[in-house]
Design a protein around this ligand. Structure first.
Ligand code: G3D
Ligand code: MG
Length: 174
């Protein structure tokens, strides 16, 4: 075992899409017990065993998303990867992804990123089809698109693992 490597990863996306819920699930804190209306920035660490040395993701989550453009430089500085989240039941959260991506690229450049469609447990309320989001993700340079549910704890770790592998440079498309 080598020395643990730590990478900063940022959660991007509109308020209410489930960013805090996903981070809460990721770190094993259950569904949504983390502070609901995140004030300022919170960070949570997740240990992953990838390859031959432990990897620590430090996941940054931002509350008060309307202040994002103002806080972007501080929030994004040093980020090695980004998770972009939208809500498959709310079209505007998908439409705003372009703006989120623009701010990230302008502020810190073209970092590895994955796209996450959350709340797939609400299948009857879905307005963004899976293949549509998939095509969008490809066209915008995302590593991959994942459909997840923080509520059901379904598929939550996969996007983070994919991102961590890409950051480590040991990503061979698996
Ligand atoms: P945010 O951090 O992106 O602002 P939150 O989003 O994690 O605070 O979640 C916003 C609301 O969506 C919460 O509901 C939360 O319970 C709900 N939510 C998060 N993930 C899921 C999911 O996978 N499925 C469903 N059905 N709901 C989810 P409230 O009502 O507490 O505001
Ligand atoms: Mg939040």
């Amino acid at each position: 075992m080598g020395v643990a490597r730590a990478f900063k990863v940022v959660m991007c996306g509109d308020g209410g899409v489930g960013k805090t819920s996903l981070v809460s699930r990721l770190v094993g804190a259950g569904f949504n017990p983390l502070q609901k209306l995140t004030v300022g920035v919170s960070h949570h660490t997740k240990e992953l065993n990838l390859g031959d040395s432990p990897t620590r993701l430090v996941v940054w989550d931002l509350g008060g998303e309307e202040r994002f453009r103002f806080l972007a430089p501080v929030f994004l500085r040093g980020a090695k990867g980004a998770i972009f989240v939208f809500d498959v039941t709310r079209e505007e959260t998908f439409e705003h992804l372009d703006e989120w991506l623009e701010v990230v690229i302008q502020t810190i450049g073209d970092i590895p990123r994955v796209l996450v469609g959350n709340k797939v447990d609400l299948e009857g309320l879905r307005v963004i089809p899976s293949n549509y989001a998939e095509r969008y993700a490809k066209s915008k340079g995302y590593l991959a698109y994942y459909e997840v549910s923080a509520r059901l704890s379904s598929n939550v770790e996969e996007p983070f693992i994919r991102l961590a592998k890409a950051i480590l440079g040991c990503d061979h498309g698996g």
